[in-house]
Write a protein that binds this ligand. Sequence first.
Ligand SMILES: *Cc1c(COP(=O)(O)O)cnc(C)c1O
Length: 398
Amino acid sequence: MNTPNPVFIPGPTNIPDELRRAIDVQTIDHRSSAFGELLHPTLEGVKRIFKTKTGTAFILPTTGTGAWETAITNTLSPGDKVLVSRYGVFSHKWIDLCERHGLDVMVVEQGWGLGAPADTFAEILAADRSHEIKAVLVTHNETATGVRSNIRQVRQAIDASNHPAMLYVDGVSSIGSMDFRMDEWGVDIAITGSQKGFMLPPGLGILCLSEKALVTTKTAKLSRCFFDLGDMATNYEIGGYPYTPPVALIKGLSHAIGMLEAETLPAVFARHYRIAEGVRRAVSAWGFDLCAKDSHLYSDTVSTILLPESVDGNAVVAHAADAYQVAFGAGLGQLAGKAFRIGHLGQLTDVMALSGIATAEMVLSDMGASIQMGSGVAAAQEFYRSSHAANARMKRAA
Ligand SMILES: *Cc1c(COP(=O)(O)O)cnc(C)c1O
């Protein structure tokens, strides 16, 4: 079942060896001061990665979905109205979660391949003079379609009518891989999980709340117990958790933050862009289209590739696993069978990306797609070579 090949799914990512070693820890007493000495610097590190100075960080033993539930249940009350757009499976799942919690969800349907409709949001918020809408929910990087939304524009849409609605952002497949600025973009709650940009195994939900969002936790009436941030904050003050904390993963998170900061965030984002752009050049050389409708929407963590009708996306993914022991992402929701996804986030290099592109070419050819073998690899090679030449020139000039 194990293969030395990297995975090309958009999370969980490949786990760097040093992170696997970092989470191999003996039990410590989570009520001792040793745990607080691990926890508090890690919470500070999370804030630096989210780019918030005024926010408060929380780390919960859950996944991204649990972090959504934490955000919603701690800040809203039954019947509260939220505004959200559906443009893929993850934005859909967030809507479903809100509906099941009894919120009044106002959904703006958007074409898959597009991002959050800031203009429509602005019109709806301007018309909401009695300020019934309590929060606007946005999936920053829609992992099903490979689309990045513009969060700054959504904040401007809220501010244009001086609307007090809070802005909640799902950054599960962007934070730690793509530019994210919680304070500067006016985000009230940002969430992620451990298994994407932080390159860890799944198991942590990580979120930051603005001062405004934190105040609403005092009056929010949706029910919660395990995910209660008030209990969590009280226990953080005395260095602990209201229950047994996932010590090994928190140790891993601390180490992952160190790795991202050693590389520097601008370099991490530039690497993700470079690798993604190589994949995009390959897709274009094959003659295929991305689901993302415009270049300003391109995600640097996942590419969703539309397939000709004669090629079944699920068969592509199954064949890649069977024949070459390589994992690609399947098309999700309305894209099931019609697309496949190449995940390119976490610890990847140009060389690893080339192996994924080369494998995709073999698989697509096996499945009868009429692509020129080697064309995508060559296009990506050209791009990687030219961007390294540019880097070398910049280094010499510096
Ligand atoms: C992976 C993902 C999620 C779900 O996270 P889980 O950790 O699987 O619960 C939510 N939103 C986005 C954008 C994702 O990529």
